[in-house]
Design a protein around this ligand. Structure first.
Ligand code: CP
Length: 311
């Protein structure tokens, strides 16, 4: 693996999932692989799980880790040919090459604006690092994708499924803030690559990018879609067509114990209790969100391992 910016960078998904589960059983087996190698993690946005699990993954492989909140550094310019006489002090061309002097792998978190669709879809920050850095790049959630989360979710479903082809539902939920489509996008792409019966349910107006959903079944009737589900992944996203807008806060879309029935409840976290999902679900043994959070480490670890093996 050269970079991990999308789940398309995984060459053998089933082997990668198996490898992650083996790493979970024996996390220090490759603790020499990353010796004298450094992971630099750059955060343009907040994080709890990604930050700690990726650091833990790197340390399990023997890597050193340096973390920077980019807002603490010089304001970066990403446009080419700009006259830099305003507030931006450093161009990404220099910054990415400089950071590459200190890093063997660079991981980047940079959320979308949710205002400028074209700019968000260009993945300017992630792709600029990919263009100008001289070391591999890992996407720790970008404007349109969260591939480490999606790999985590695939690992969790693989661990828990009792069926050859489980029924998986991605169900939209209300949220008071406009959130990115990144987690939903990568989850959809991941489910398209697994042996699952997959359906998306959301209110009208919340269709994701059709270039991502492709021919995945979409049903606007949540109750009907949830029938006989084995895994229900709940997530809010803002509108893709009315880009970044909140079109509905309909609390009838909140996940409840009654709607979940016998399915496992999945969410990437953080989650707003009694807005996205009721306490009775999160506090039940049908919720697998803590297992998902634990698997973040092994998703990151298998990706870092495959990158280190290719250095
Ligand atoms: N799921 C996830 O990416 O969590 P953080 O935003 O806390 O990293």
């Amino acid at each position: 693996m050269k970079n991990y910016t999308s789940i398309k960078d995984i060459s053998n998904l089933s082997e990668t999932i198996k490898e992650a589960i083996l790493l979970k059983m024996n996390p220090f087996e490759f603790s020499e692989l990353g010796k004298h190698k450094t992971l630099v993690m750059l955060f343009f946005n907040s994080s709890l799980r990604t930050r700690l699990s990726t650091e833990k993954a790197a340390k399990n492989l023997g890597m050193d880790v340096m973390i920077m909140n980019v807002n603490d550094a010089w304001d970066l310019e990403f446009e080419d040919g700009t006259i830099m006489n305003m507030n931006k002090s450093e161009h990404i061309k220099e910054a990415a090459q400089v950071i590459s002097q200190y890093a063997d792998v660079i991981a980047v978190r940079a959320f979308p604006t949710l205002k400028d669709k074209a700019k968000d879809e260009s993945e300017q920050i992630l792709n600029s690092f990919k263009k100008y850095a001289t070391v591999p790049i890992v996407n720790m959630e970008s404007a349109t994708a969260h591939p480490l989360q999606a790999l985590t979710d695939a690992i969790t479903i693989s661990e828990l499924t009792e069926k050859k082809r489980p029924k998986v539902v991605l169900s939209w939920a209300p949220h008071p803030k406009a959130l990115p489509q990144a987690v939903a996008n990568s989850f959809v792409e991941m489910m398209q690559n697994l042996e699952v019966d997959f359906t998306i349910t959301h209110p009208e107006g919340y269709d994701l990018n059709p270039e991502i959903t492709k021919n995945t079944t979409i049903n606007y009737n949540q109750e009907a879609t949830l029938q006989n589900a084995d895994f229900v992944y709940v997530k809010n996203w803002s509108s893709y067509n009315d880009y970044g807008e909140i079109l509905s806060e309909d609390e009838n879309w909140m996940m409840t114990k009654a709607k979940l029935d016998k399915a496992k409840f999945m969410h990437c976290l953080p989650v707003r209790r009694n807005v996205v999902v009721e306490d009775a679900v999160l506090d039940s043994n049908q919720s697998v969100v803590i297992q998902q959070a634990n698997n973040r480490t092994f998703a990151a670890q298998v990706i870092l391992k495959q990158l280190l093996e290719n250095l």
